[in-house]
Ligand binder design. Structure first.
Ligand code: ASP
Length: 346
């Protein structure tokens, strides 16, 4: 905590529905600037905080997010890390879980709150969820415990009634106000009349200098199985030029077809140095390859388990690890370890 008793919070406005207005011609929502957003939340002034802001220029719909934007957010935090008690990132919901996961890997030793939020309805709408999400995110970013340490020392997503670990959350609804959920990890806090923090679930960090690593390698893809996938399609995807890592989205507990053309194509890609991570298509539960032969065969072909990691965390973790210049064997080693709370290794 800084000596100044008023919490000092930085808002980073990237765009998303929360700040959007309707285009009068097309009637489609499009991002608008930060002052419009603030004008719609006058009660922010009632918080006894020092709040500064920076914004993406122009603000964007989060479907346009890419690693260069993650880099901008991470560097903005690094540059101002010592000057603020906490950070609130306003972001579209569509790719929020990817950004939250990416930032969790990029911001090594993070011991201050980075709270990402947005909304389902624009801030200018009468029934908006944006006002409440923004105010609560600021309160969570400013919250300290009895010893004056930040309650939240990690990247988290605040949405409606819950605070979730960023690299464990998934967007689960396109229209419900409770748009996010973490199916394999408990909530970090429940938002009701009070904000009830779940001390056992929150990360506890030793204050160490923040280390920011922003290099991400985009030579990674999702390969989602469907019954009827042809050999031609599979081979086409496995032979994507330059590909280094694949998140293989499998059935149930990590099961795949056992046809020889399928297994042989996968084995061939692994032998050529492609790291293939098995992540289940199910939102709840994880990969357990020893359960069925259909899971066993794929692990014998060299596919590694993603355990209970989310797809968003798996793909951004691969981008991050290859971005650090690691060899396929090193990437496999780190994929099988918990870097910042993203996976439960049995
Ligand atoms: N398309 C919007 C975005 O992700 C959706 C939202 O913010 O809810 O930017």
């Amino acid at each position: 905590m800084l000596t100044n008793k008023r919490p000092k919070i930085l808002i980073i406005y990237t765009g998303g529905t929360i700040g959007m207005i309707e285009n009068p011609e097309t009637r489609a929502l499009q991002p608008f600037d930060f002052s419009h957003l603030m004008d719609n939340v006058p009660k922010i002034k009632k918080l006894d905080y020092d709040i500064d802001n920076i914004q993406f220029n122009p603000p964007i719909d989060s479907s346009n997010m890419d690693p260069s934007h993650w880099r901008d957010i991470a560097l903005a935090i690094e540059e101002r890390y010592d000057r603020y008690d906490g950070f609130v990132v306003l972001h579209g919901t569509d790719t929020m879980a990817f950004t939250a996961s990416a930032l969790s890997f990029m911001l090594e030793n993070l011991s201050k709150p980075v709270i990402i939020t947005g909304s389902q309805l624009p801030i200018g709408e009468v029934r908006t969820d944006g006002e409440e999400n923004l105010i609560t995110a600021l309160q969570v970013a400013a919250a300290i415990d009895e010893k004056g340490r930040p309650r939240v020392q990690e990247v988290a997503i605040l949405f409606e009634n819950y605070l979730w670990r960023g690299n464990r959350a998934t967007k689960m609804s396109a229209d419900n106000f409770n748009a996010f959920k973490s199916f394999n990890y408990p909530e970090l806090a429940e938002i009701g009349l009070d904000i009830e923090y779940n001390a056992n679930a929150l990360r506890k960090m030793q204050p160490r200098p923040l280390k920011v690593c922003t290099d991400m390698d985009s030579n990674v893809i999702f390969l989602e199985l469907n019954p009827g996938m042809t050999e031609q399609t599979l081979k086409h995807l496995l032979h994507t030029p330059g590909i280094k890592g694949i998140v293989l989205k499998t059935y149930g507990a990590g099961n795949c077809p056992t046809h020889s053309w399928f297994i042989n194509s996968i084995r061939e890609a692994v032998d050529h140095g492609v790291v293939i991570v098995n992540v289940t298509q199910c939102v709840n539960g994880g990969v357990n390859c020893s359960l069925y032969e259909t899971g066993n065969t794929i692990s014998e072909a060299g596919v590694i388990s993603g355990y209970d990691i989310t797809s968003e965390a798996a793909i951004t973790k691969l981008m991050f690890l290859f971005g650090q210049g690691y060899t396929p064997n090193m990437v496999k080693k780190y994929m099988a370890s918990d870097i910042c709370g993203e996976v439960t290794i049995p």
